[in-house]
Design a protein around this ligand. Structure first.
Ligand code: UT7
Length: 321
């Protein structure tokens, strides 16, 4: 059967780093609180002239180079993002222009922090149908522009960045084995950001991200663990078969809790949240690129990507690398 295989990965984080100590200077918080509650030490913040499509273009160029695929060869670009510079055109169209990917059709997927997995699932299905042979799947966000920098409950958690993968159609064992997506709008009030459509007469006065962190935490641990087991079971595979998992990087305590629930040692639960914080849809492709370039995954390894975010949304992809 035709599979979509990840032939290249790339990531990009903005140059500017904001540490917890920098936050202490203007916010009622401390490095001690942030590290002990989240595992985050620092986050990257986009420059004034950098948008989500700029970060994505940088990450994409690296992924394309690794895959040996030219932008003009791409059939499809799908972007998980909720922080594009325009409501429309999509970030996908902006990235297509910047890369010169003339023949690719391009669109965005809105699933908050699960955006990359939802985008990946879309692309995989186009590969299976046969019309798409080479695609680019991206997660890119400038989350630091969506938070109230006076709200310590949210602003310490997020960072900016982008990650990308190039998919190629191939026969054989390697590739994306399955994807599993879920949503539950009943929990929408736990985590949301008002949009331009929120007010009939004027732009929303308060457009910042709102989160009931404690409640989100509980649902996230269960959903991320359950969807991992669902993906394994659908493929007749076991937890022991996994080389490594790449959960959404929101909080080190969530990563530890998932590892415990799945009986996976810490070495099998990838984490870079200490360095990049929560980059929403970008978190999984950045993590994957860091692990891949760091030599942590090899051809034939079984890995799992699992995400969770506002919506609520959650999902997983099981991959034979
Ligand atoms: O990416 C999408 C999915 N998002 C997530 O998965 C996030 C899930 N949630 C979390 O990661 C955690 O719930 C947080 C890190 C957001 C919060 O950690 P927590 O252990 O759940 O803390 P809390 O919200 O229960 O707050 C405990 C205390 C509160 O003070 P009081 O009311 O006990 O006096 C907060 O006001 O910590 C206070 N607090 C802070 N203190 C210093 C909240 N934020 C801060 C802060 N610095 N930045």
């Amino acid at each position: 059967m035709i599979k979509a295989r990840i032939a290249g990965t790339g990531s990009y984080v903005p140059e500017k780093v904001v540490t917890n100590f920098d936050l202490e200077k203007f916010l009622d918080t401390s490095d001690e609180w942030i590290v002990s509650r989240t595992g985050i030490h620092q986050r990257h913040v986009a420059a004034a002239d950098e948008n989500a499509s700029d970060l994505a273009t940088q990450a994409s160029r690296k992924a394309l180079e690794m895959a040996g695929v030219a932008p003009e060869e791409l059939d499809l670009i799908v972007v998980g993002t909720v922080t594009g510079e325009f409501t429309f055109p999509s970030s996908g169209c902006m990235i297509q222009k910047k890369l010169g990917a003339r023949k690719a059709f391009a669109f965005d997927v809105s699933a908050a922090c699960s955006g990359f997995i939802f985008a990946l699932s879309n692309a995989v299905n186009y590969h299976r149908l046969g019309g798409v042979k080479r695609s680019l799947v991206i997660g890119s966000e400038v989350m630091t522009r969506t938070v109230d920098w006076k709200d310590r409950n949210t602003c310490v958690l997020f960072g900016d960045g982008a990650g990308a993968v190039v998919l190629v159609s191939e026969e054989g064992e390697r590739g994306i084995l399955s994807t599993h997506l879920h949503s539950d709008g009943n929990f929408s009030e736990l985590l949301y950001q008002p949009g331009l459509g929120a007010s009939p007469t004027e732009p929303p006065q308060d457009h910042f991200v709102k989160m009931q962190g404690n409640e989100v935490f509980k649902v996230a641990v269960k959903a991320l663990s359950d969807v991992a087991l669902e993906a394994l079971e659908a493929n007749g595979l076991r937890k022991e078969d996994l080389k490594m998992i790449f959960p959404h990087q929101a909080n080190k305590r969530i990563l530890d809790a998932i590892g415990k629930r799945l009986d996976l040692g810490p070495e099998k639960v990838f984490s870079n949240v200490d360095q990049v914080a929560n980059t929403s849809a970008a978190s999984i492709p950045i993590a994957l690129d860091h692990a891949h370039r760091g030599g942590k995954i090899q051809p034939g390894d079984l890995i799992l990507l699992n995400a969770f975010g506002g919506g609520l949304t959650w999902g997983a992809a099981l991959v034979r690398w």
